[in-house]
Write a protein that binds this ligand. Structure first.
Ligand code: SAH
Ligand code: SF4
Length: 364
């Protein structure tokens, strides 16, 4: 049994079955999520016999760290995990806001509260599935097909792995995005359970507002998520504004057409009062023209939203090319003139296959 699969009541139940005093579960919970212990031997506050029992009955490492790679600039680290059934998943750490990352920003400015975007961030990009069933043609995970869902504990364990690593460097995880391998809303329960476990104020206490879920646009789950009124950020991968064109690159559009998805998005904004993000991978000559931007602006009109555009990352199975800087800028300008805020995102970790949509569970 993987210890990270247990929520607090299940841990309490287990320790009760083991005839342990009631406070033991709390000690273990705090050890795991506050002190970031990753092996029974770390729990020196527990009797030896109990540590041995934990060693025998519980798994602390759901995967083997197969390999990790650092980008040449040193700000991105990708780790490849091997699950017991040999499936491979990847998770990425991105460091932002360090002086060397932003040469124009001085160390003094880094400490200034009001310099937006310059503050140090440690963002984890986490996987929710091995592979993905959605088949978006431009995405390496989609190209490999669906292997299986990850359990809540397998999702939590990716975070704990990096949290432990950063702790050794006296640093903390500041943001968690579910933008790794897989479609989080296709594995809804396990993803939400993982969030709840990490959010627990007696445990890891990671603020709901610092999570972002990215979905390919599964309308019923967007509505369900809206009804749950979570504080977690939501991003929806749109990439096209015309149904036929979206269908050509995203098979999910057969089931959930653009207007259907956008209706669910409007419902989300109404229910939660939260701004929604739309993701847009800019593909040269495909979805990056001012005409497309103008059409998109009409579709999004009146919705509290923001567009995150990112030049396409290369993958072996798709021969579309990334939009250049100038076209990307024009796309952004066109949207903004029509009243839709847009950010062009920096590409990170491309040299190690750690960019958006490049995770394929392999060493590159
Ligand atoms: N399945 C979810 C989350 C994982 S993908 C989703 O699709 O939203 C995270 C983001 O990377 C999505 O916006 C996805 O569309 C985008 N993406 C996929 N392949 C990409 C590529 N080759 N270049 C840039 N972004 C890509
Ligand atoms: Fe799956 Fe997201 Fe990749 Fe599409 S972009 S195949 S939904 S991981």
């Amino acid at each position: 049994m993987l210890i990270y699969d247990l929520n607090f009541p299940s841990l309490e139940k287990l320790f009760k079955e083991w005839k342990q005093p009631a406070y033991r579960a709390k000690q273990v919970w705090q050890g795991l999520y506050q002190h970031l212990y990753n092996s029974p031997e770390n729990f020196t506050n527990l009797p030896k016999s109990l540590r041995e029992k934990m060693e025998e009955k519980l798994t602390f490492a759901p995967f083997k760290v197969s390999t990790y790679q650092d980008s040449s600039d040193g700000f991105t680290r990708k780790t490849l995990f091997e699950l017991p059934d040999k499936n491979l998943v990847e998770a990425v750490l991105m460091r932002y806001g360090d002086p060397a990352d932003n040469p124009q920003i001085t160390a003094a400015a880094l400490n200034s509260e009001n310099l937006r975007g310059a503050k140090k961030r440690r963002t984890l990009c986490i996987s929710t599935q091995a592979g993905c069933a959605m088949g978006c043609v431009f995405c390496a995970t989609g190209q490999m097909g669906f292997k299986r869902h990850l359990s809540s504990g397998e999702i939590v364990a990716q975070v704990m792995f990096y949290a432990q690593m950063l702790k050794d460097e006296n640093e903390l995880v500041t943001n968690i995005v579910f933008m790794g391998m897989g479609e989080p809303f296709h594995n809804y329960e396990n993803t939400m359970e993982a969030i709840d476990r990490l959010n627990d104020s007696d445990g890891y206490n990671f603020g709901a507002r610092r999570f972002t879920i990215s979905t390919v646009g599964l309308s019923p789950q967007i509505r369900r998520f809206a009804d749950e009124k979570r504080q977690v950020n939501l991003a929806v991968s749109l990439h096209e504004v015309d149904d036929d064109k979206r269908l050509a690159i995203m098979p999910v559009n057969k089931r959930y057409k653009i207007d259907n998805v956008l209706e669910a998005c409007r419902y989300y904004v109404e229910q939660t009062g939260r701004r929604i993000t739309f993701e847009w991978a800019l593909i040269n000559g495909v979805n990056d023209t001012p005409e497309v931007a103008a059409k998109l602006a009409i579709k999004l009109k009146g919705m509290m939203c923001h567009v995150n555009a990112i030049p396409l990352n290369p993958t072996t199975g798709y021969n579309g090319k990334a939009t250049d800087r100038q076209r990307a800028h024009l796309f952004k300008e066109t949207l903004e003139q029509a009243g839709i805020p847009c950010t062009i995102r920096m590409r990170r970790g491309i040299d190690i296959g750690a960019g958006c949509g490049q995770l394929a569970g392999s060493v590159s």
